[in-house]
Design a protein around this ligand. Sequence first.
Ligand code: NAD
Length: 491
Amino acid sequence: MKIYDQFFIDGEWVEPSTGDRFESPNPATGQPWASVAEGRAEDIDRAVQSAHNAFENGPWHIMPASQRSEILRRLGDLVLKHSDHLAKLETTDNGKAIRETGGVEIPAIAKWYYYFAGLAETIEGRTIPVNNDLHVHTVREPVGVCGCILPWNSPLLMAAFKLAPALAAGNTVVFKPSENTSVSILEFANLIQEAGIPPGVVNIVPGYGPVAGKALAQHPLVDKIAFTGGTETGKQIAHYAADGVKRVSLELGGKSPNIVFDDYDLEEAVVGVMSGIFVAAGQTCVAGSRLFVHDKIYDEFLDLLVKRTRQIRVDNPMDPTTQMGAQTCQSQLNKIKELVQSGIDEGADLMTGGKPPQDADPSSYFFLPTVFSGVQTNMRIAQEEIFGPVVSVFRFSEEDELVEKANGVKYGLAAGLWTRDVKRALRLSRRLKAGSVWINCYRKINWAVPFGGFKMSGYGRENGQEVLDLFTQTKSVWIDISEDYIDPYAT
Ligand code: NAD
């Protein structure tokens, strides 16, 4: 078993306040593979003090932006150099297939650091022509200490969404990774050191949400909270932020519609729909978990979807030929099983899946890709985020009814549309209440493109130039340049 018994604070590995640790199981076996020191409020306080001190007294936000930019570029290079190692850690810890972590996700993370290395030098203010007597300009300053709380599905990617812009703008950071996946971000600390990021600028303390996460979100010296996770936790974080009048951004859950019209190539749409829901074993916030298929192609589409779904290879995530890995944790597996059972009990038709693979180790967290048809919009599987490989299929024919149903959930993170009709595609993209709309593609995410939710999927935009608004604050500077002055007290 790997032991991680220290925290990364003030640029070095330090002893925790207690000897308590928690175990991180390997989802492919259910057996613990890492033991991680559990952070308490005292440890969080130490990390926040270090970040505060680095912000107030350190060189980070006062150094030339070009120098910060160089360091971020070096961090991107290090991600690429160590991507095999990081991908293996991520796969061992969260069960995602290595063809996803190693093939796509981890190498792409370097691009976040490169892109924000470039943007670091573009954080500029404005000159505002108020009148001839005044020169007014604005300056965009970093907000200070940013508390970043992470989920378990893509720990290093979610960290990059926050760390790259936070550092580009000159902030300092304290990370609280998910208790299910703390290892990769702890090892990432070594790259932070090697890249030459000054001590205290990035600090990492794993621990449980209601203990370490809460302490971070409530700490008076934290200026901003960047949170990715479930909607219920997000609401709690928003309360903490309100009490401390902290800036907050929330990337929360989803129940995204994926809509297929009868004019699109059937096979291509089936593949698009499958990867929209089954990638990462369904554990993505943008999962296309509600599928709307046009009446004219419904039966043929469903047959092909079920046939292809049954062929997905669910196996050891470390094997490069595996197409779908495991669920990250026991509680997530239990949640999926419970919601699948609710679908059966409420009368939906289970077309395939609905259980772990027959030959899976009973201690492991595998679950078969699952398709439900005959789903009614008021069923739990139609409304609640499952965060697993389960898709609910609906039939539609009328556009207005489709829009009403597609928007008829509390979430608004993403939506997909498959049609060759450009008018229809653009018309619907306006009517769908979602932060990202993909037309003839799904789950495209890029460092340069804003990403975030409508409705209860959260607020604030990560990625792109927009995220810099979350990590900067504007100061207006007024200078009187006139020779005269007005005395309001003169008689
Ligand atoms: P979660 O809400 O259970 O936990 C997220 C983080 O919050 C963890 O680090 C956890 O320890 C911490 N936490 C829990 N309770 C807390 C508290 N009271 N105070 C402070 N911190 C607390 O979410 P999860 O199960 O780790 O991740 C799955 C969820 O994340 C899904 O709902 C998914 O949709 C969402 N997600 C959203 C995005 C997005 O960009 N919108 C991306 C990935 C995941």
